[in-house]
Design a protein around this ligand. Structure first.
Ligand SMILES: Cc1cc2nc3c(=O)[nH]c(=O)nc-3n(C[C@H](O)[C@H](O)[C@H](O)COP(=O)(O)OP(=O)(O)OC[C@H]3O[C@@H](n4cnc5c(N)ncnc54)[C@H](O)[C@@H]3O)c2cc1C
Ligand SMILES: *[C@@H]1O[C@H](CO)[C@@H](O)[C@H](O)[C@H]1NC(C)=O
Ligand SMILES: *[C@@H]1O[C@H](CO)[C@@H](O)[C@H](O)[C@H]1NC(C)=O
Ligand SMILES: *[C@@H]1O[C@H](CO)[C@@H](O)[C@H](O)[C@H]1NC(C)=O
Ligand SMILES: *[C@@H]1O[C@H](CO)[C@@H](O)[C@H](O)[C@H]1NC(C)=O
Ligand SMILES: *[C@@H]1O[C@H](CO)[C@@H](O)[C@H](O)[C@H]1NC(C)=O
Ligand SMILES: *[C@@H]1O[C@H](CO)[C@@H](O)[C@H](O)[C@H]1NC(C)=O
Ligand SMILES: *[C@@H]1O[C@H](CO)[C@@H](O)[C@H](O)[C@H]1NC(C)=O
Ligand SMILES: *[C@@H]1O[C@H](CO)[C@@H](O)[C@H](O)[C@H]1NC(C)=O
Length: 620
């Protein structure tokens, strides 16, 4: 190549083509699979959700990849409810766990638990997204990571040091791009926070998922920050993405694209390879059953709105159908507890007793108080004044700011404080004693909302049980994926969880009783729920059983472990490969976490997708 042609090549291809837009090798419309046609690909991924689309995008530049996704596009199926940040709190009422919740069949699976004996036999609806992008189209978008100690446990259980926090950091970084806070837009000098830039910085471009600090600060949150600090929860020095979760961090990043103000989902992974690779997506298509030759996974029977056909894999099939559907499709396909499958009339391919068995769910309790006359995002969005409505809409649409662009909550992490710890039983103390020193036990979430009268603020505090010891399970009614799985969440079945939540409840009351509120308190403001009638430990526990709910972080139904540990419950190895002598089949999603991590998991799922893709590309 002459120097001139080199320069020309450089200018044309490197600068123009690569720097400004992807080199298009096909039309966007060429990416959608045609229903009814049998086809063969190198890899088939069942479930185009958080982890599935991450993996798909990393494999697609090198192999032919097909993604099978039961749902479709959230912007068609859910209006702007999955797009506008504030609406994740108000316009997705179908995420409620009330069994009589308002249904939204285009985007939610309508899953219900069996009656939960330790939670007063309540049956709960468990929101799970049926959509390209999976639960990142439903969730409340908080972006954070787990702790150094919990990652060390993951590395030990799986036998893979690459799960240690320091080594996972490159996968956390390659999945997201952080936009630094826009202080001018936020316009709230009293909302300070520490911000862990180094936890996101990398050479080259960040990942496809966009993460940013809310462009507007809910004033009620600044008061919660003050109350947390007064009651012994200091401001976190590093934010929540550096492997330490201690104290409070105001205004954590959310998965929102700051350029548009819109939610950023796992679909951004798909978009990043749509024009440049041969990836094919079958939407509105259910993976019904995996077919085997001996113990080698060969093909998937799929169903597009009643039309059945078969997609075959030259290399592997990857199951990323989420915490409830991944164990379901394994069982339907003959992988699971042998006696149970035989009782259901399913031909057993591999006896894997751990499939569906190790379900862990972070449960949540809450307390509400009237706390004063501070404006809140909810107050603006809920305002009956048409001028206020027009103003916040314009603010959002044209400046990507204002109450609609933000979520307005404050998070904090701690172990059960000493003053409540002393009343825990020895058994509970010894269970908690197995956790690393840096493993927080309770998360507290503070937020403000409008009171019914509209002239004061409802202060809301929630406590999340970060390390549940109760174990639930997922089984099946039938051998059809068109039936919902049978879900026993096991909530509160371990007494340790009850003790920790009673302590957490007292901690919430302590924060609401902080002298900070005196400065803004209105006369007569008092606890709205559960109310001062709930005082003794027995009364608190009864309130918990009747009101405990989920934060939708369920995990571990196809737990990761070491080869040889199948009888002890291991389902997949460190690279997600199904154990029990099975070949050509992996699982990658929330179901493989061997233990619940003390965080909100979307960031971990993106990193897991990156990590397992790297394993595959390196021949593991
Ligand atoms: C309401 C809600 C709020 C949350 N808030 C937060 C938060 O603020 N921060 C945070 O970090 N995490 C949050 N989470 C949790 C987090 O979003 C999930 O844990 C994570 O996205 C799960 O990723 P996954 O890959 O395991 O599964 P998913 O993302 O659920 O993907 C599974 C995909 O598989 C598809 N699928 C299932 N079965 C089949 C089949 N048979 N055939 C074809 N496709 C199938 C599904 O349609 C889905 O798209 C929240 C979750 C919910 C539901
Ligand atoms: C598709 O594959 C299935 C399973 O191999 C086979 O039974 C069916 O006949 C095939 N359909 C077509 C149209 O080739
Ligand atoms: C969202 O859509 C609804 C109509 O369903 C509309 O009233 C509302 O203004 C929209 N919100 C935004 C922020 O565009
Ligand atoms: C829950 O249901 C079981 C079985 O029907 C019953 O024995 C038990 O008393 C119920 N528990 C409560 C708290 O209602
Ligand atoms: C912080 O500033 C906002 C806006 O100026 C105000 O509404 C709020 O009350 C302040 N918070 C505290 C704790 O002083
Ligand atoms: C709990 O442990 C402490 C110290 O280990 C011991 O003194 C105490 O007797 C134990 N309590 C019970 C109820 O076993
Ligand atoms: C708030 O409004 C309610 C109902 O209009 C009224 O009864 C109450 O006195 C008001 N409180 C304050 C502090 O203004
Ligand atoms: C499922 O969990 C429930 C509640 O913890 C338990 O009673 C039941 O035996 C479990 N079933 C299986 C198959 O593990
Ligand atoms: C609330 O605070 C007051 C003093 O500030 C104290 O007397 C009272 O015991 C506290 N109540 C709770 C539930 O912490």
């Amino acid at each position: 190549m002459s120097p001139f042609s080199f320069l020309l090549h450089f200018l044309l291809y490197t600068t123009t083509t690569h720097a400004h837009k992807p080199h298009r090798t096909r039309l966007r419309s060429s990416a959608w699979g045609i229903p009814g046609h049998n086809a063969t690909y190198d890899y088939i991924i069942i479930g185009g959700g958080t982890t599935g689309l991450t993996l798909a995008a990393r494999l697609a530049p090198l192999f032919s990849v097909a993604v099978i996704e039961a749902g479709s596009f959230h912007d068609l199926d859910n209006g702007n409810g999955s797009v506008v940040p504030f609406y994740s709190l108000t316009q997705q009422p179908f995420t409620s766990s009330d069994p009589n919740y308002p249904r939204q069949p285009l985007i939610d699976y309508d899953l219900r638990s069996v009656p939960l004996p330790h939670a007063n036999n309540r049956t709960v609806h468990y929101a799970q997204a049926k959509s390209l992008g999976g639960c990142t189209t439903h969730n409340t978008m908080g972006y954070l990571r787990a702790t150094v100690g919990s990652h060390k446990s993951w590395a030990e259980i799986s036998g893979d040091p690459r799960y240690e926090f320091g080594q996972m950091l490159k996968y956390f970084k390659s999945s997201v791009e952080l936009t630094p806070p826009d202080w001018k837009k936020r316009n709230t000098p009293n909302a300070t926070f520490e911000y862990d830039k180094g936890a996101f910085e990398r050479k080259g471009k960040g990942g496809p998922v966009q993460v940013s600090y809310p462009a507007w600060v809910d004033p009620s949150v600044t008061w919660f920050a003050k109350a947390f600090a007064r009651e012994g929860l200091p401001l976190s020095q590093e934010g929540f993405s550096s492997g330490r979760l201690e104290g409070y961090s105001s205004y954590i990043p959310i998965s929102v694209d700051s350029r548009t103000g819109e939610r950023s989902t796992a679909r951004s992974y798909l978009e990043s390879v749509l024009l440049e690779t041969e990836i094919i997506v079958y939407h509105r298509t259910i993976g019904m059953k995996i077919n085997f030759e001996g113990k080698r996974a060969k093909s998937v029977e799929v169903d597009t709105e009643g039309l059945g056909y078969t997609l075959s894999a030259r290399r592997e099939i990857i199951v990323s159908a989420g915490v409830f559907h991944s164990p379901q499709i394994l069982m339907v396909s003959g992988l699971g507890p042998k006696e149970f499958l035989e009782r259901k009339g399913i031909q057993v391919v591999a006896d894997l007793p751990g499939v569906g068995r190790n379900l862990q769910d972070q449960i949540t309790i809450s307390l509400g108080n009237g706390i004063g006359t501070i404006p809140t995002g909810g107050g603006y969005v809920g305002s009956a004044d048409p001028e206020v409505q027009a103003e916040i809409l314009d603010w959002y649409l044209n400046e990507q700011g204002g109450p609609l662009s933000s979520l307005g909550a404050l998070l904090s992490f701690e172990k059960v404080p000493e003053r409540y710890r002393s009343s825990l039983s020895n058994r509970t103390l010894s269970l908690l004693g197995t956790l690393d020193d840096d493993w927080p036990e309770i998360e507290i979430i503070g937020a403000g909302g409008p009171s019914e009268a509209g002239n004061s603020t409802l202060g809301f505090l929630g406590a999340v049980l970060l390390r549940p010891f109760s174990i639930g399970n997922v089984t099946i009614k039938s051998d059809s994926m068109k039936d919902t799985p049978v879900i026993d969440l096991g909530w509160l079945s371990d007494p340790a969880d009850k003790e920790v939540l009673v302590a957490a409840f007292k901690r919430l009351r302590q924060i609401m009783n902080s002298t900070v509120w005196e400065e803004i308190k209105l006369p007569g403001d008092e606890e709205i729920f559960p109310g001062r009638g709930v005082q003794t430990d027995e009364e608190i526990l009864e309130y918990i059983k009747n009101s405990v709910t989920t934060i939708w972080h369920a995990s571990s139904t196809c737990s990761m472990g070491k080869a040889g540990d199948e009888k002890k419950g291991a389902v997949v190895d460190f690279a997600g490969r199904v154990l029990g002598g099975v070949q050509g089949l992996r699982v990658a999603d929330m179901s493989v976490l061997p233990v619940q991590l003390p965080t909100h998991p979307q960031g971990t799922m993106y990193a897991l997708g990156e990590k397992i893709a790297a394993d595959m590309l390196e021949g593991r």
